[in-house]
Design a protein around this ligand. Structure first.
Ligand code: PSU
Ligand code: MN
Length: 306
């Protein structure tokens, strides 16, 4: 049934067949999350870090309507430069496929495609969530529903405070999605190691995390898990600087009436503009750190399933 839709890179296919560790990687972060050429450099370095930590990288995107699991270097370069790549979440997938367009996948759609291929671990920067003011706007990322239903572990650096982090955690609790701190009791806020909120559980090793994941899925407790891995200390941003930048970005989005799928890319671009290069450096560092932890988790999970 998936034939004709799904295209798995030979290296990834081989790893799947042999039960080797694989890490899925999203592509909206390449097309809409970082400027060229740093986006391409980062995506390629992330793949290298995954390999160095014992797993096979599989960057996920939709190219000319095909769901791709694993991209070549040339395909990553193309995605990083092309201007007509559509930000693709769950509801966009059928149309990007039918129209044979290029789509960069969000956390939600990367999870969907990873699960179709049998990839269980995925690394990104930050997840989408409940936006500030969602009481009025209803702006809640489809990422959260996907985490509720799709069996993929998502390693991230928490959520940016462009979101209402408290409401995002409440939503995840209602949907039964575990939020786990990797070496921390604090839920990180992307650029900073703390958000003022705690995680449900703390784990201190990839093995401990793999055991919990295996138990979850063995028991048919469907859905994902948020692995919150804080930005390394030396790349953490100053709390006041980033808070002011985000407040200004949220205010501008509000004044301009930005909504729907434009909301998150607008806020990300604004924050970057206001903080200059500083936020980009911290963004890149935390993605590398997530790729490393995801690879270790995928390796530990593969070992448990031998
Ligand atoms: N948050 C970030 N960086 C990102 C995104 C979110 O800090 O790049 C991207 C991810 O692809 C995420 C998507 O899945 O934005 C969420 O968009 P929306 O809020 O429209 O669901
Ligand atoms: Mn939204």
């Amino acid at each position: 049934m998936l034939e004709g839709y799904l295209e798995i890179k030979p290296e990834v296919k081989e790893a799947l067949k042999e039960g080797k560790a694989i890490v899925g990687l999203e592509s909206t972060i390449i097309s809409h999350g970082m400027p060229y050429p740093r986006n391409v450099e980062t995506a390629l370095s992330v793949e290298r870090i995954v390999r160095e930590n014992g797993a096979v990288p599989a960057t996920i995107a939709i190219l000319q309507g095909k769901l791709k699991v694993g991209l070549t270097k040339e395909e990553i370069q193309y995605l990083g430069k092309a201007e007509n790549v559509v930000k693709t979440s769950r509801r966009d997938i059928p149309f990007i496929v039918a129209k044979k367009l290029d789509g960069a996948t969000t956390v939600a759609s990367t999870m969907i495609i990873a699960a179709l291929a049998g990839v269980k671990v995925f690394a990104t920067g930050g997840i989408g969530g409940v936006h500030r003011g969602a009481q009025q706007t209803f702006d809640i990322s489809a990422d959260l529903q996907e985490l509720a239903h799709t069996n993929v572990a998502v390693v991230c650096a928490g959520a940016k405070s462009i979101l209402d982090i408290g409401l995002t955690l409440e939503y995840l609790e209602t949907q039964g999605v575990p939020v786990v701190g990797f070496g921390t009791n604090d839920f990180p806020a992307f650029y900073t190691r703390r958000s003022g909120y705690k995680v449900d559980y703390r784990v201190d090793s990839a093995e401990e995390l793999a055991a919990a994941l295996k138990a979850k899925w063995d028991l048919s407790l469907r859905g994902g898990i948020v692995v919150a891995n804080p930005v390394p200390e030396q790349y953490e941003m100053d709390y006041n600087t980033i808070t002011e930048a985000i407040n200004q970005a949220v205010k501008e989005a509000d004044e301009k009436g930005i909504k729907g799928k434009e909301s998150t890319p607008f806020l990300l671009a604004k924050v970057k503009e206001i903080t200059g290069g500083e936020s980009l450096e911290s963004n890149i560092a935390l993605v590398y750190n997530n790729a490393m932890v995801a690879a270790q988790l995928a390796a530990a999970l593969a070992k448990l399933e031998e």
